[in-house]
Design a protein. Sequence first.
Length: 391
Amino acid sequence: MALIAKPLNSTTQAAQEARRLAPPIVAIGAIIAILYFGRVFFITSIIAVTIAFILEPLVGLLMRIHLPRSLASFVVCTMALLFLYVAGLGAYSQLSGLYGDLPRYGQRIGDIIDGIQQRISSLEEQTYRMLVPARQRQQEEERLRAQQQQKGRGAKKGAAAAPPPTPGAIPEVRIHEERTAIGDYLQSHLSSFYQIVLMSSFVPFLVYFMLSWRDHINRSFLQLFHGEGRLVAARSMQGIADMVRAFVVGNFLLGLLLASLSSVAFWAMRLPYPLLVGPLSGFLSLVPYVGLPLAMIPPLFAALGINTVPVYAGVMVVVAMLHLIALNLLYPKIVGARVHLNPLAVTFSLMAFGFLWDAPGLLLAIPLTAALKAVCDNVKGLRPFGKFLGD
């Protein structure tokens, strides 16, 4: 009987363990599904919250000169929109000039591709001559000529067998609608593009209401907690604000520095459109893991207008040096001093949010993980997870 009772007890324990693990697994799956299918909503909300965290110190500065919060929030949001408008005008002026030069750049790219194809063909021919004996090559050429002659005879027979057209008959005309790859892409992604534009239009209003109603939102949120939990919630909110502000503002300042240095360097190299490719290269350099190759794409494309090897080499050297100096010397002091995340946690967060939200997920992965760490550091039961995420 003891031998029979032991397996039954182990089976019962396994069933209880499975029942205990089932709710958390189902909850995790539900959270992942909600984040995936509601990604446009969540991305818009997180971007608005992040911008509000960044602009809050400016609102507080205006409130010190006795401006009401609503008016201070309106002034700050208006200044931010004006800044984006001026930056957009500068980018448009550069892009309009680039649009006029697109045929020349297309010709250069076509020449480069043709040269690469010719080199590959010559390399294949040389390899074929080295590996295949002369007699076997002669037999192969004779076999190919025989096949071509047979195809020519078959084509002549088919032409002779075809009936002559009837005199006076009107030939049948069929109109086929030609479809382009760009048209198919826009048609298939039209609904997603509409959702993105619609949600983006809400960002300025969300930012303004978050700034103007900040005190009311904080008080209402803290009312959901009692006793010590209220203090923990207040500390968590402050930690999230500090983490996000330090990360975003630090990256923005570092991106401005890289953009300025890149623009000056490209202007000294007489590269076309330095005010466009410089900022693009500077901010793309901050993308995790793939920043260096992404930062090289805009200046290398602009260098096609000059199309000399020293210019290509100079662009690659400048971008690589700025990237290495920024990430190894400046980034730890400007951003890393406030955002303490280990590389393993950063990699997993990039993989997870990149899978859920594509390119926006790669940009939002690190601030979201830093905010999660701020919550874990302030909640007693979650501090082990905060230590796991930390450096």
